[in-house]
Ligand binder design. Structure first.
Ligand code: SF4
Ligand code: SF4
Length: 428
């Protein structure tokens, strides 16, 4: 057994219970794993977890990640106890951080005051402007939730609580990248955004099995176009002002560092999930019997994390890559994506290709030059935001060339096509 220096556990203190019924949610079905449960983490387990989690980390900073379902349904007192227990068990000089993922609909002044006071980072799920958000994010009665989420965000802002936005990219919003991005940036005031592709397996088990996806899923090509459209706007006006997780990951990779997000790491296995009763699973996306490592009330958490089963799980991410990925020019940043989405077969018949491959390849190829430029700025100790005036000059230069180009001239953009069939084609 080799224990990692640090690891993350997404804790589900209220199991999968939620007040919403988001159509694409991968976690609601986990309720079936615990048929007679009240889905409440006991105080004894809460303390045991906090004690063991802190003790197992050999780093000075520890982050607790609270998730669900909807963790706020447990009530504020549960989290007050959690914070008090963290203080009780923290080693001298240790920094304890808390991150909580919520659908935002339950956030009132009490919650937001608490988050601000204790420095919680609150992740709020919001899929874009009203119609795009309400397409799938509905409550148990099928009613829209947009207004309730926006009220929650307003309360967070009013109390000065730290929040980021988690936007799922799916069939309903994937063709509206700029409407989504501009809404989050300009109307929500989001400075940290994650775009999570919905790849939802079409089966009755809720497990990662079968090779078809639901109609709600985004396609690989769509996801690539979505990211490219947002990147092209971001890189011209928002670098250093708005932080989009996958852009940060890419800049790290282009700068020669590890991507820093399990999906794009070579191996994974350091982000586990724990259910309300102490059952520990290899990953939040693999909460299913085959990937249950054990219960931390029976086997210490550190042993479960360092177990051979968990090591195999993490290394399989690299060891099962098909040749197409191993030889791919953007492998250094993509690494085949998350194993949960590897449901395609390569053209030469190898299994294990990521469903989003076309999108990853298009996106990572598209951003190569700007990423090289930003990485070069970083190496010189200068801010990556310096790319914005550079691109502005290039864009202005190109606009002048477009204005001067004749219909049959080669297009100044360098596509190799005639101007009249490229940037000079009449806009429909
Ligand atoms: S299976 Fe996917 S989400 Fe889970 S740890 Fe590995 S890369 Fe991350
Ligand atoms: S872009 Fe496609 S082929 Fe390349 S590493 Fe990613 S999933 Fe594999």
């Amino acid at each position: 057994m080799s224990r990692p220096i640090a690891f993350h556990v997404m804790v589900k203190p209220h199991g999968s219970l939620c007040n919403l019924d988001c159509r694409y949610c991968y976690y609601l079905s986990k309720e079936r794993l615990y048929p007679d449960s009240d889905f409440r983490m006991s105080d004894a387990l809460l303390e045991a977890f906090i004690r063991q989690y802190i003790a197992a980390q050999r780093v000075p900073e520890v982050t607790f990640a609270w998730q669900g379902g909807e963790p706020t349904l447990l009530g504020l007192d549960f989290f007050r106890r959690a914070v008090a227990l963290q203080q009780k068990h923290a080693r001298p000089g240790m920094r304890i951080l808390n991150a909580l993922q919520t659908n935002g609909t339950t956030l009132d002044d009490g919650w937001c005051r608490f988050f601000a006071e204790h420095g919680f980072l609150v992740g709020v799920s919001l899929d874009g402007p009203r119609p795009l958000h309400d397409a799938y994010r509905v409550d148990k009665g099928g009613r829209p939730t947009f207004d309730r989420v926006m009220r929650g965000i307003e309360r967070l802002r009013a109390h000065g609580a730290d929040f980021n936005i988690l936007t799922c990219v799916h069939a309903a919003n994937a063709d509206h990248p700029l409407a989504v991005y501009r809404f989050l940036r300009d109307e929500v005031g989001a400075q940290h955004i994650q775009f999570i592709p919905i790849v939802e397996r079409d089966n009755d088990t809720g497990f990662q099995e079968g090779s078809t996806v639901t109609a709600r899923s985004v396609s690989g090509e769509q996801y690539g176009r979505f990211l490219i459209a947002i990147f092209d706007e971001w890189v011209r006006r928002d670098v250093g002002r708005v932080f989009v997780q996958i852009f940060d990951v890419a800049l790290a990779a282009w700068s020669g560092h590890r991507p820093g997000l399990c999906v794009f790491e070579e191996t994974c296995g350091y982000a586990l999930a724990m259910e309300h009763n102490g059952d520990v699973y290899s990953c939040d996306h693999f909460v299913e019997p085959a990937h249950r490592l054990g219960n931390m009330q029976v086997v210490p958490l550190a042993e479960l994390v360092g177990s051979a089963q968990q090591q195999r799980f993490g290394q399989a991410k690299r060891d099962t890559l098909p040749r197409q990925c191993r030889e791919c020019p953007v492998r250094f940043v993509c690494n085949g994506g998350c194993p949960k989405d590897r449901l395609l077969t390569t053209p030469d018949g190898e299994p294990g290709l990521n469903y989003l491959c076309a999108g990853f390849k298009a996106f990572f190829t598209h951003i190569d030059r700007p990423m090289r430029l930003m990485a070069a700025e970083l190496v010189r100790g200068r801010p990556p935001a310096n790319i914005m005036p550079l691109l502005a000059r290039e864009d202005a230069d190109l606009a002048r060339k477009f204005a001067a180009a004749g219909r049959n001239d080669p297009c100044p953009c360098g596509s190799g096509r005639k101007f009249k069939h490229c940037h000079g084609a009449p806009r429909r």
